[in-house]
Ligand binder design. Structure first.
Ligand SMILES: N[C@@H](CCC(=O)N[C@@H](CS)C(=O)NCC(=O)O)C(=O)O
Length: 247
C-alpha cells in the first residue's frame, strides 16, 4: 500500500482525500479515527496538526486536503488532479481554495451545532462509527461535542448566518459548473474538494428538502452518489427560511 489516509467518517475533506486517491488509482488504505477525539489521536500517528484528512504517501506525511491533492497529483501514474494548461490550472486552484477556505466550514458548523445540541444525534453517530453502548457514549461525549462546536464557531447566531449564506455559495458552485472549471468529463482537485461539502449537506433531511433540486446538488449527487450517514431534521425551521426563499 502506497498511501494511508487518516480521517473521520463524517468529515467532508476526508472524503475528498479518499475520492482523489480512488480517482488517481493510487493504492491506499484508510484509517478511520474516532470523531471528536481525532484532534488528539491524529498526533499519535506522527502528524503535527490536529485536523484530518492526513496522509502518509511513499514515506512522507501530508496534512491538509490541499497538500494531499498536490501530493496525489504528483504521485499519480494515471489520471491527474490538476490541468496542465497554466491558465486552467490557476482556475482550478482558485476554486479548490474557495472550496477549502469557505465552503468546507458550512457543513462542519451545522453538523457540530446539531451534535452539540442533540443527544439523539450523538447516539446515532456513536452507533454509526461503532462505539459500544452508543446511548451511554452519547451522554459522556456531550462536553466533547460542545468543544468541537466551539472550535468551528458553531454558535446559534453563526450557524443561522451560515445557513443564510448557503444560497450564495450554491450559486457560486453553479457558476463554476457553467464556466467549466468543475463538472467536466474529468474531475479535478476542485471537483473533489467542493463535491463532498455539497454532498454532506444533502445528508441532512431538512437541507435536502430545501436545496435538493439546486443544479449544484444535482451535480454533487451525480459525482458522489453515496455519502455515509444521514442527519434527521434537527435544524430550527426558522433558520431554513432563507433557503426556502431562494429554492
Ligand atoms: N481545512 C483543512 C482542515 C480540515 C478540518 O478542519 N478537518 C476537521 C474535520 S472535517 C478537523 O479535523 N477538525 C479538527 C478540529 O476542529 O480541531 C483541510 O482541508 O484539510
Amino acid at each position: 500500500v502506497r498511501a494511508t489516509i487518516y480521517g473521520v467518517l463524517p468529515s467532508n475533506p476526508t472524503h475528498s482525500a479518499r475520492l482523489m486517491a480512488e480517482y488517481t488509482g493510487i493504492e491506499h488504505r484508510i484509517v478511520w479515527i474516532l470523531p471528536g477525539l481525532h484532534p488528539a489521536l491524529i498526533h499519535l500517528y506522527g502528524f503535527r496538526g490536529s485536523t484530518v484528512p492526513a496522509m502518509k504517501l511513499d514515506g512522507r506525511r501530508y496534512q491538509h486536503s490541499r497538500a494531499i491533492s498536490r501530493a496525489l497529483d504528483k504521485a499519480s501514474e494515471g489520471p491527474r488532479l490538476f490541468p496542465t494548461d497554466p491558465a486552467r490550472r490557476s482556475e482550478v486552484e482558485e476554486a479548490e481554495r474557495w472550496g477549502e477556505e469557505v465552503l468546507q466550514m458550512v457543513p462542519r458548523r451545522v453538523y457540530r451545532w446539531i451534535a452539540a445540541h442533540h443527544n439523539s444525534f450523538r447516539t446515532q453517530l456513536a452507533g454509526e462509527v461503532g462505539i459500544p453502548l452508543p446511548a451511554i457514549a452519547a451522554k459522556a461525549n456531550a462536553p466533547v461535542a460542545r468543544v468541537m462546536a466551539s472550535r468551528a464557531g458553531a454558535t446559534d447566531e453563526r450557524v443561522r448566518e451560515t445557513l443564510a449564506e448557503l444560497p450564495g455559495h450554491l450559486g457560486h458552485v453553479g457558476e463554476l459548473i457553467s464556466a467549466g472549471v468543475i463538472g467536466g468529463e474529468e474531475p479535478n482537485a476542485a471537483d473533489f474538494q467542493i463535491v463532498t461539502s455539497v454532498r454532506t449537506l444533502l445528508c441532512h433531511e431538512d437541507l435536502a428538502a430545501a436545496i435538493g433540486d439546486h443544479p449544484a446538488s444535482r451535480w454533487a449527487r451525480e459525482l458522489m452518489p453515496e455519502y455515509p450517514g444521514t442527519v434527521p431534521a434537527l435544524i430550527p425551521p426558522q433558520w431554513l427560511e432563507p433557503l426556502r426563499a431562494t429554492a
